[in-house]
Ligand binder design. Sequence first.
Ligand code: IYR
Length: 221
Amino acid sequence: MARFSPYRPPQVPPSEVEARSSAFYAEMDRRRSVRMFAPDQVPRLAMENIIRTASTAPSGAHRQPWTFVLIGDRETKHAIRIAAEEEERQNYEGGRLPPDWREALEPLGTDADKSYLEVVPWIVVLFEQRYGMRPDGSRLKNFYVKESVGIAAGLFVAAVHRAGLATLTHTPSPMAFLTRLLRRPENERPFVLFPVGYPAANCQVPDLERKPLGEVMVEPG
Ligand code: IYR
């Protein structure tokens, strides 16, 4: 049985809607993916709030098919770095990256060095739940899992930025080692890994431009 409750958010007048959307865009447009982090501590409560925010994402049939693994201990971060670099060495130095991929990454200047994974105070690994688990151990079908988890990842990135921190949507490839290392159950698959912290004082980011609105928005006709 569907149950409903009233939803009465404050009515924002159109002029203020414009102003708010401009201000939020300006703030989000300042966000950059970062690979150079400071070792400074970030309160655990901030991480919990960021994960709470990400978990407000809409999801297929409201199954909320995600698990955020919060990692702050030195040993686990070290183990993740070692395993990620091992995979990435095969990509970058062992010829596993196909030429078109290698070419696409050239402007980003990425390589197999993932030392930032040990510099950051926190790593969050987002897992998708391919199916749910009922308390009796039986499987519960999830819907639109990739879409749902992708939206949660987007809210995570926005929440990190809003808090004044930086992150990177890191996908060490392949990511199966994270399931083993973090002892996640069979129904979960790693989706993306987020190192989170303050950007380094000498942080540099690639000179990239975002597509203008005219390239990303079209109207029919
Ligand atoms: N997983 C590799 C390669 C990589 C792939 C993409 I697509 C990027 O935008 C950046 C890197 C790595 O993490 O280096």
